[in-house]
Design a protein around this ligand. Structure first.
Ligand code: HEC
Length: 177
């Protein structure tokens, strides 16, 4: 009886040598597999952090951060008294804030923004933070729900426009401390 390892179901093991080209490709892969990591980690200046910063750069060029394009030193609203900002700000307010603060800012679920009472401060800086970051439930004073963050939905320019409109209507909003 023939060796079952050499023949099975009529299929014979030929024991032919592997083709020369195949052996070279195999040997080449082994050599490459050893040399490439040594080159990559030891000698090349290309790595994950470089790759990451290149991607971040590409992303920020494609989607510029609206929040750093505009800022003032002392926290006062750089768009205060700017007529076109006030007009745009009113439209934005009537889209994003109207549901909670009413069409003229007189208050609904959210407090009246046209009176003299301020629960969370009345400087440009404080208003900016309250609108950008929002007021989480733990810090609310009315207990009627939190004030949502508008950092992502509006960004600083639009928030400053809204605050310019509010300041044009309510003289109680102070530019600085
Ligand atoms: C989902 C409802 C909601 C929306 C939308 C909303 N707010 Fe508010 N806002 C609130 C509530 C509720 C409070 C009060 C939180 C508390 O109880 O202290 C508040 C508080 C504020 C305050 C602080 C008032 C104070 O007396 O100190 C400002 C300023 C303000 N909102 C501005 C805005 C602006 C501007 C927008 C639109 C960009 C906006 N809010 C959108 C619900 C909302």
């Amino acid at each position: 009886m023939s060796d079952p390892n050499k023949e099975f179901d009529g299929i014979k093991q030929g024991e032919n040598p592997l083709p020369v080209w195949w052996k070279w490709v195999f040997l080449g892969s082994v050599v490459f597999g050893i040399l490439y990591p040594i080159y990559f980690h030891g000698f090349s200046d290309w790595g994950t952090s470089e790759y990451y910063s290149a991607q971040v750069k590409e992303y920020t060029e494609q989607f510029p951060n609206k929040n750093i394009s505009i800022q003032s030193e002392d926290g006062s609203n750089p768009l205060r008294n700017n007529p076109s900002a006030i007009t745009t700000g009113q439209t934005t307010f009537q889209t994003y804030c109207v549901a909670c603060h009413g069409p003229t800012g007189e208050g609904l679920v959210g407090p009246n923004l046209m009176d003299k009472e301020w629960l969370h401060g009345n400087t440009d800086q404080q208003l900016y933070e309250n609108v950008m970051i929002g007021i989480p439930f733990e810090r609310t004073k009315l207990g009627r729900g939190p004030m949502p963050s508008h950092e992502m939905s509006l960004g600083s320019e639009k928030v400053y426009q809204v605050l310019a409109w509010l300041a044009s209507k309510n003289p109680e909003i102070k530019a600085s401390k």
